[in-house]
Design a protein around this ligand. Sequence first.
Ligand code: FAD
Ligand code: FES
Length: 573
Amino acid sequence: MAALVSVNVGLPKDVAWQGRTVHTGVWKAPVDGPVMLRRLNLDGDGQGDLAGHGGEQRAVLVYQLDSYRHWRDVLGRDDLTPGAFGENFTVDGLPDDEVCIGDRFRVGDALVEVTQPRVTCYRVGLRLGEPRLPALLVAHHRPGFYLRVLADGEVRAGDELVKVADGPERVTVAEIDALLYLPGHDRAAVVRALRVGALSPGWKASLRALLDEPADRPGNPGLGAVAPPPAWAGFRPLVVTGVHPETADVTSLRLAAPDGTPLPPPVAGQFLTVQLAAGLVRSYSLSGPPAGASYRISVKLEPGGAGGRFLRDHVRAGMTLDTAAPRGAFTLDRSDRPVLLVSAGIGATPLLAMLHDLAGHRSGRAVWWLHGARDGAGHVFAAEVRALLAALPSGREVVCYSRPRPQDRPGVDYTRAGHLDAGVLGGLDLPPAAVAYVCGPPGFMDDVTAALTAAGVAEVHREQFSALAAQTPGVRPAAAGPPRSRPGPGPTVTFARSGVTAGWSDGDGSVLALAEDCRVPVRWSCRTGVCHTCETGLLSGDVDSVPEPLDPPAAGTVLICCARPRTDLVLDL
Ligand SMILES: Cc1cc2nc3c(=O)[nH]c(=O)nc-3n(C[C@H](O)[C@H](O)[C@H](O)COP(=O)(O)OP(=O)(O)OC[C@H]3O[C@@H](n4cnc5c(N)ncnc54)[C@H](O)[C@@H]3O)c2cc1C
Ligand code: FES
């Protein structure tokens, strides 16, 4: 019979960590006497970051005495006391390789159910001063697990945990943890795990994503979108075969192989990265049809923009540009569901490639082209879009001009005056089964995503033409300036989206730490090669991995928390 050895609680507090402040509830301390266990928490307990921890599915974290003994021996630690792994229940019994998702236990007056393994997060490593711990917990098959509370009640140290129901399918905590985080991802086992109703929705979504991608493609789709492998490594010279003005401030370029051989076809929605000059690296979505002898990109010449100015002043037909292979996971799905292509301004480019693809295949899908422009002078690709929509049996268009000119004709050049916003989208009777692709300024994408979600459209994909927002769980925001370049004795690392280049020095530890020093927005959770949150496109160069990631990242990407440059690098960050 399993026993509750210790009930541990703790409220979030600020702790200093690597020169930053982290708001965390990972410090838990044992409680004497009874504690009330409710749907979201034990009384007196809390989590610092509710996006990653806590909530109904993760109300109680459980860890076992046997694992304490294991880590005492492996890590040589004799200072591990109950609560040290951030758990609420320290238990004797209930090993991770026996407890199953969906198992139910009566403990004290409460009834609880196993929902998922522990979240892989750096904070358990922070708590114990052992940064490798998130990876070790997975690699040693000792993650611990979460409970949801089916009936509130008092619990106390010494209570027995009495099993009252077996989880269906008998999928153990250790097994499902390995299924997601370690190589293999046995599809039959994933299907079996998905039959367990008690599994938390987050884990179900991750396991479903594993099934949606081809099994032989490198990368872990359960932990993040996996793009098709890039067609070539690094940069190769492509020759500019045409320069074509679309509007006063948008110019299209055609790029082809110097020997005229066909270029590998991209997937509609992908982008190219071009090395315009030393240290001047910019990405542009492909805007033309996927198949063809050349690639087309369409560039908005931003006033004062370095890349736009270079293109305007220097790029002519006949010159070569070093170009990385088409990349990106913002790609058109192959279902027969209705598709919404929603853009503002130059954000139309990847969606135009998708529209070309749909028209080229004479797709029977219902296709909505929803676009916002300032006026007729800024309405890029207007004629091209109309011709493509006309080739589709079920294509329709809504174009909003925020500031139409007197000569712009309502009902002819544009559909409505005003912004393409929630009011417009809400009145369109959009099909909830649709899949939506959205591209434009970040604020536009946020508004559109909210409006589409409110209209019942569940699947919304977004492409951002700049650095992605940072994701630094629990770290208190500190005043920081814009990204900055930095010298260093080692290889140079160019962060393409942020437009900065830094020199490596061995004290940096990882490319992630170097990016942080340069104030480049970064995304991470475990910082030790498990969660893939930091997976980043490697546009050129080679890295060493320290430590080795538990499951390799997708082709053409690196986990920057484990990466050290072996050569100069260009990263899609
Ligand atoms: C995946 C992806 C796809 C993309 N697709 C496209 C596409 O299809 N078409 C396209 O046109 N762009 C696209 N972009 C954006 C593109 O890569 C460039 O970021 C964009 O063109 C601006 O580059 P720039 O060098 O001209 O301007 P930058 O020099 O990067 O400057 C950007 C803006 O900031 C302003 N600025 C620059 N320096 C300062 C300063 N010190 N203080 C204040 N303001 C400043 C400039 O005036 C300019 O308006 C894409 C980006 C990504 C990541
Ligand atoms: S932050 Fe988790 S793998 Fe890099």
